[in-house]
Write a protein that binds this ligand. Structure first.
Ligand code: COA
Length: 159
């Protein structure tokens, strides 16, 4: 099994790599401005393997003792090998050490991989935000992808 070794703070100089992975990993990627805002306002990390290679990243917005996970991403070439779970566990440890008491997040109802990772890491389902995310859906009649909406599942985990 591949091992995630450590996390480090994300820097402005990481953004070219982060944006490249973001565009590969998401249908609706964050912009550079989104990451710049996050660097100004939140806690942002890069996950690395034993060789010091970057394998993913996370963006967290904090409010008092609450940590809101806004983005968790493993580079596509490393996905499905247990690294998402290890990354989230490392992040939970780091936030706990820093005296945060609870984590919150929102996830697309269709994102099976993320839901599995979150549930494996102790997150509970608290509710649903209807039609929260934009998504693409195949429209048979039009023979084309159309933009529509999908629900978000709200989750939390005590630290
Ligand atoms: C979601 C994401 C972080 C998960 O990371 P990952 O490294 O691929 O996941 P892991 O290999 O650690 O898998 C953890 C668990 O999920 C399961 N899983 C992985 N991919 C899955 C899939 N497509 N469908 C269902 N289960 C899946 C694994 O089997 C594993 O379960 P197990 O503990 O029972 O073995 C990663 O796929 C990713 O970055 N996706 C794109 C960005 C994204 O959607 N981020 C989440 C935004 S809320």
């Amino acid at each position: 099994m591949l091992e995630l070794n450590y996390l480090r703070n994300m820097q402005e100089s990481d953004l070219d790599w982060v944006l490249q992975i973001e565009q590969q990993a998401y249908d609706f990627p964050w912009s550079r401005q989104g990451f710049e805002n996050s660097l100004d306002q939140g806690l942002n990390y890069i996950f690395c393997n034993a060789d010091g290679e970057d394998i993913g990243y996370a963006c967290v917005l904090t409010v008092l003792d609450e940590a809101h996970l806004l983005n968790l991403c493993i580079a596509p070439k490393f996905q499905g090998r247990g690294l998402g779970k290890q990354a989230l566990q490392k992040l939970q440890g780091k936030l706990k050490e820093s005296d945060f008491n609870i984590m919150f997040l929102e996830v697309r109802v269709s994102n099976d991989a993320a839901l599995k990772v979150y549930e494996r890491c102790g997150f509970n389902r608290d509710g649903v935000r209807p039609n929260y995310y934009s998504c693409h859906e195949w429209d048979e009649a039009k023979g084309a992808l159309i933009e529509t909406k999908e629900d978000a599942i709200l989750m939390s985990c005590p630290l």
